[in-house]
Design a protein around this ligand. Sequence first.
Ligand code: ZN
Length: 273
Amino acid sequence: MTSPKSLLALLCIPLLLAATAATVVPVPGPVHSPSSLGGGHEVGLSGALRMMEDSGAMRSLDGAPIAGMAFVPLRAKTGATWRGYRIGFWPGERRLGSRIRYPLPNGFLEVTPESQDLQVSAHFRVRDFLTHDQSARWPKVLVLHLRLVDKLELISERLAALGRPSTLRVMSGFRTPQYNALGVGRRGGRAQDSRHMYGDAADIYVDGDGNGRMDDLNRDGRVTIEDARWLAGIAAQVEAQHPELAGGIGVYGATSTHGPFVHVDARGTPARW
Ligand SMILES: [Zn+2]
């Protein structure tokens, strides 16, 4: 088995090749599991997406449509919206200064009703990471980093190795700044500069029985925050093996609207809560 470290090394190759290519040619092919790296758990879309990652920020090579998805530079926004889809403003878009913690994304992907079903990796589709608002409004926008997808696939692989269902569900992936802002504050519990706005964070739970909530992962006969802690432990094991995917791991209990879940992100440095 090739380690994701070498996978990351492989990622540099398409970037180098891409420098001379006029357009990105998606790599067609079957879905692989992360254990068959050396192509990784890539499908056509993730092959193309990998070429759009450059030092932590998404970019296109020439703005050409990629596997049915167009890359849109940030400057194409009109104020807080793009083609009628409300996005809001990232911190740093309108003001500069020491309070800006994270660099702006270079842009975002255009997602249509068709492209939302594209497979990003073995277990995930584009739609899994979309912001949960403006359901009737198309196209939507998406910022997504494959470091996050790698991390989720590795967690999924570890779950399967431990005899648990590998069906990771993303409760919340990318959040537009305006959507994230709705949940900032004491009651919402979201960070003002949440990694969800930068496309490398996901709130996840394991749902093998398909009831829409966390499973009894620690097998104590109940579904509680302890199951989220158990899943967070798996995420921490993945980080220990793949420090290049380090980031936040946060544990959350159930509320009236959702079961227990775990926040994971790939911000580059470990954070725990
Ligand atoms: Zn989160």
